[in-house]
Design a binder for this molecule. Structure first.
Ligand SMILES: [Zn+2]
Length: 403
């Protein structure tokens, strides 16, 4: 808790926590967490995209590497748990194993990813994309609010030099990636459990929908002659809600509505809004999107509107590793008595890491499911249970890989 508090004060903004990709606060955060890594004997380095990496070699020279981590960047006016918990928890767990005299047969890397939230460049996962060698030259051209490109920011970070990094490891060198994260949802609270194990990270599609009708005088245009873009969009939002309510595990959200011209006495002629659809199974998400496409078409036809779709994001669902997840569940049962399997509705670094190595995730209960907010909170008692699970998990891994 003291470490979370101290790291939570490392911010780019006075009086609130904001720490974005390659910012001065990020630099200080890496230095601080790097100190903590060094204090337990990890060899600390930063990679070309600003990821902080603390490595401990295994007792066997040919040992594979287990990756443990999360992200050190934050949203604007953030809480102090989202991200840092998954970097600090492994440091605490490794310290506890040292105290117990347990020497792990495999190597461990604790990872503090430099970017996950997508705040500075409106593109998420830059840290894990860099670590896994998946950063593209197209991403380097993205610009922040000040007009600085990802490529230029990385060059400055690297003291004038940057080239696209290769993956930090080959697939065969790795045992997997395990991330601890606050749940950011209400399920653990409802089930009265401190921790749960993630079975899958939901796939996610985001679109911008543009409804075009005809603006007109709110007093003189009879109802039968109107082409109101907002009522069309509203009907669509209700249909999306209905579909998600009737489909197990599906979530669909219409948000970020802009209404033009936006006057009290003018019929809305143009509406733009976002649509966000998520499910743990890609086939269900795709089927839902087809259905919503048909609904939008029907609504547009009936109301004399046109509707256009622009895809803004598309991530496939990620299944967590069966083997690592089973082991993590055993640890949760040993510590908590019972385990709970959850789908993560939010994206995490594991989405990108899954392309390189099997992933597993442990969720820790957070108060009211609240995150991305200064009131974000997980209790010391719950963190202790999470920590005991991590220690138990690493001991089980050690037994499994003892030569
Ligand atoms: Zn996070």
């Amino acid at each position: 808790m003291a470490m979370l508090d101290e790291l939570g004060r490392v911010s780019d903004e006075e009086g609130k926590l904001t720490r974005t990709f390659l910012s001065p606060a990020m630099c200080r955060a890496n230095a601080l967490v790097g100190e903590w890594m060094g204090a337990i004997g990890l060899t600390v380095r930063e990679d070309p995209v600003g990821n902080l990496i603390g490595r401990a070699e295994g007792s066997s020279r040919r040992a594979k590497t287990l990756l443990l981590g999360s992200h050190l960047d934050s949203v604007r006016d953030a809480g102090k748990f989202d991200g840092p918990l998954g970097v600090l928890m492994p440091i605490m767990a490794l310290a506890e194993l040292q105290r117990r005299g347990v020497k792990l047969p495999f190597a461990v890397e604790v990872l503090g990813f430099s970017e996950e939230e997508g705040v500075r460049f409106a593109s998420a996962y830059l840290g894990s994309e860099g670590y896994t060698g998946r950063l593209s030259s197209r991403t380097l051209e993205l610009r922040d609010g000040a007009g600085v490109s990802v490529g230029d920011a990385l060059k400055e970070w690297g003291g004038g030099r940057f080239s696209l990094p290769k993956a930090a490891h080959k697939r065969g060198e790795l045992l997997g990636y395990v991330e601890v994260h606050i749940e950011q949802g209400p399920v653990l609270t409802a089930k009265k459990l401190a921790v749960g194990v993630v079975s899958a990270i939901a796939g996610q599609s985001r679109f911008k929908l543009i409804w075009t009708g005809k603006a007109g005088h709110a007093g003189t245009t009879p109802m039968a002659l109107r082409r109101d873009a907002l009522t069309g969009a509203a009907e669509f939002a209700l249909a999306a809600e209905q579909l998600a309510r009737n489909t197990e595990g599906l979530v669909a959200t219409v948000g970020a509505l802009t209404v033009s011209p936006g006057a009290a006495n003018v019929i809305p002629g143009l509406v733009e809004h976002a649509l966000d659809v998520r499910h743990a199974r890609d086939a269900v998400r795709r089927e839902a999107l087809f259905a919503l496409g048909r609904v939008a078409k029907r609504i547009a036809k009936q109301r004399g509107l046109s509707v256009a779709w622009q895809r803004t994001q598309d991530n496939c669902a990620v299944e967590c590793s069966v083997g690592l997840t089973a082991l993590l569940e055993r640890s949760v049962k040993a510590v908590q008595g019972t385990s709970l399997s959850l789908v993560s509705g939010a994206g995490h670094d594991g989405v990108v890491m899954a392309a390189l190595t099997p992933v597993a995730m442990l969720f820790v209960r957070c108060r009211d499911g609240l995150s991305h907010h200064p009131d974000e909170y997980a209790s010391p008692a719950d963190l202790k249970i999470g920590l005991r699970v991590m220690v138990d998990f690493l001991e089980r891994m050690a037994q499994q890989h003892a030569s």
